[in-house]
Design a protein around this ligand. Structure first.
Ligand SMILES: [Zn+2]
Length: 428
């Protein structure tokens, strides 16, 4: 399809998004696990999650989609194109929530994908490539760790074996919950993991305050921060709190606090680089009111969009451990390089978002980076990928009060519709 035809189809798709249907769809999905306080409790692969999956399957079939499920219970809703031999354009997000979450984190991206399909149907647009909407399994990681199991296993199926033994609080294994989910959809054919996709776009709420503070209704997400996790152990000697003079102590907590302060000072000097530091988990041994701590373990979570800043921070941390005469040991137990979404994807989303904003008489979109992980981070290893953000009121997320202005929710889906349609009309 030539460029002009392709962009007019994209514009028509954008203009065919139905706001009333979209808002009703968001509200309907939120009834699965809906709470009196307005939030949603729909942890992955619970009975409530399975019921919501059945609802999505029914909705997608009513829109004329084929439904498929893969070995990690990721659900795919496929709208055929003219050339079904070509890899599809993928959109969607995750259907699960935190133990107490909101209506939008994840769910918005899934509903948005189905609304795009409904808009294409209304407009009578037959795209060149098929379009698939996905609902990823266990993005949140709250019931079974780690998070983003579905998307990471889709991209690298060898991960799945490592996830099967994860257990929840009630000692249910992930493998059992997964099997129950697959058993609950005997009518849904199985599809392969790691299938080629031509591109992936995820629409998500920002979950932070940046867009709202700027008064901008749409964000073009340029990338996702790099992260490194360390476990740090400070070794000392347990001794009596009352009888041991201060200058004769080997106090593991004193060492840990001094080390922590140096890390905070380093982070404070790097605020211009948006370095983020969290010392989130602490264990004190023996954790007794009147014994000098013999050992303190804590975790370090460092994040930045610029990997070289994390390199310097890690070197600083390792230097402190090296100077400690073996009283500090550390281990890096997780790391993820920054994700930079490809330029052509960003340019297309910019056009799509700008058109939606202009038509609504609202300020132009801005570029933004994501502080949180998303399924799109894994998909970026698989095919050209990008994300669109809408503002979160007061930046609140992972909370029953999570909300976005309905006007912005509409704009986000309009930008998505344009982007997905344009991608789906691109010649191989
Ligand atoms: Zn999410």
């Amino acid at each position: 399809m030539n460029q002009q035809l392709s962009s007019s189809a994209a514009a028509l798709a954008q203009d065919s998004v139905n706001n009333k249907r979209l808002q009703a769809f968001i509200a309907s999905l939120a009834t699965f696990g809906g709470r009196a306080d307005g939030g949603v409790s729909r942890e992955t692969l619970t009975d409530i999650d399975l019921a919501s999956r059945r609802y999505l399957i029914d909705q997608a079939r009513a829109l004329g989609c084929e439904v498929m499920v893969d070995d990690c219970a990721n659900l795919f809703f496929r709208r055929p194109g003219q050339r079904n031999d070509l890899p599809a354009v993928l959109t969607g997000s995750h259907g699960d929530t935190q133990p107490v979450g909101g209506k939008l984190d994840g769910a918005y991206g899934v509903v948005a994908g189905l609304e795009v399909i409904a808009a294409l149907n209304d407009a009578g647009i037959n795209t060149l490539r098929p379009i698939e909407v996905v609902a990823w399994t266990n993005e949140e990681g709250s019931r079974f760790g780690p998070g983003a199991m579905g998307s990471s296993a889709f991209v690298d199926p060898s991960c799945l074996t490592g996830y099967l033994d994860a257990v929840d609080q009630n000692k249910v294994r992930f493998s059992e919950a997964l099997q129950a989910a697959l058993d609950s959809t005997p009518d849904v054919p199985r599809c392969a993991m790691q299938r080629p996709m031509s591109a992936c776009v995820e629409l998500h709420i920002e979950q932070g305050p940046v867009l709202e503070r700027a008064g901008i209704p749409l964000g073009v997400v340029t990338g996702i921060q790099a992260v490194r996790w360390f476990s740090v152990t400070c070794h000392g000697s347990m001794a009596h709190a009352g009888t041991t003079p201060m200058d004769e102590r080997r106090d593991a907590m004193a060492a840990a606090v001094a080390l922590a302060q140096k890390l905070y000072d380093f982070a404070a000097a790097e605020t211009a680089n948006q370095l983020r530091l969290t010392l989130g988990r602490w264990q004190v041994t023996p954790n007794s009111v009147n014994t000098i701590p013999g050992r303190v373990d804590f975790t370090v979570d460092m994040r930045c969009l610029t990997d070289s800043v994390l390199d310097r921070f890690e070197a600083f941390l390792r230097g402190l451990a090296a100077e400690s005469n073996n009283s500090v040991s550390l281990e890096r137990f997780f790391q993820r390089a920054p994700t930079h979404f490809p330029r052509p994807m960003l340019d297309l989303i910019q056009i799509a978002a700008e058109r939606a904003c202009t038509h609504a008489g609202l300020p132009a979109p801005m570029t933004i980076t994501s502080g949180a992980f998303h399924d799109a981070m894994y998909l970026a290893d698989h095919c050209p990928t990008a994300m669109i953000f809408v503002p979160s009121i007061k930046g609140i997320s992972h909370n029953a009060a999570e909300a976005t202005d309905p006007r912005d929710l509409l704009l986000g889906v309009q930008a998505l519709a344009y982007t997905v349609t344009d991608l789906a009309n691109q010649e191989p």
